[in-house]
Design a protein around this ligand. Sequence first.
Ligand SMILES: *[C@@H]1O[C@H](CO)[C@@H](O)[C@H](O)[C@H]1NC(C)=O
Ligand SMILES: *[C@@H]1O[C@H](CO)[C@@H](O)[C@H](O)[C@H]1NC(C)=O
Ligand SMILES: *[C@@H]1O[C@H](CO)[C@@H](O)[C@H](O)[C@H]1NC(C)=O
Length: 188
Amino acid sequence: MGQTVLLFAILCSVLLCAETQFIIGRKVQFRKLAMCPGQRRPTLVFENVVFTRNEQGATTAISFMVYVKKRVERLTMSVTFWKCEDYEHMDSCEYYLKDYTSNDICELMGKKNQIWTPFMDNFSMPPRCPINVGNYTFAPTPINEKLLTILPLPNAFWKLQFKGNDTITGEYVSCVDVEFEIHSRRRN
Ligand SMILES: *[C@@H]1O[C@H](CO)[C@@H](O)[C@H](O)[C@H]1NC(C)=O
Ligand SMILES: *[C@@H]1O[C@H](CO)[C@@H](O)[C@H](O)[C@H]1NC(C)=O
Ligand SMILES: *[C@@H]1O[C@H](CO)[C@@H](O)[C@H](O)[C@H]1NC(C)=O
């Protein structure tokens, strides 16, 4: 459970602070948030991912849509982290955390007073299971500066893959690839 919360913290801070320069002395540069290639009929589809940037290139807001094409009774999610030297050395990638699996995603979504709670409030998808068929919007949400100090990952190019199944039916739900770079920032 503790580790799951940590993963959520990482996910939230990473997704919501893409390419931002708020982190003291460190910069996160977002490269990708997209459906994994070659999926056959995912039931949960992320689309219209929009990162708004300021003139310094920092992300100031994020928004996206989630299409739920088939009811999801309960969600089991697994995540794999690869750590790579940098964006130019993708052949250097190694496993950092492999297939870490959690089946309490439904409970975590709706938990109060968590770092992701305010963001769930901006998501039109109700934070509980079952997840019903529909199109849900994650409203353009400003980057929260406080959130960004929580990033317990060393400098590297990171690739994350999230895979979901329906816990009850065992059916495949979706796969999402996330890529970002964390590096120390030169002080001006
Ligand atoms: C989803 O189900 C497939 C097939 O049963 C299994 O190989 C995979 O590990 C499951 N993934 C998750 C995240 O539970
Ligand atoms: C969701 O959006 C897609 C793409 O715009 C559309 O084809 C579909 O009919 C919508 N589904 C619902 C339930 O609104
Ligand atoms: C939710 O979205 C609105 C509209 O885009 C925004 O003004 C607000 O700050 C967002 N809430 C959070 C917690 O980011």
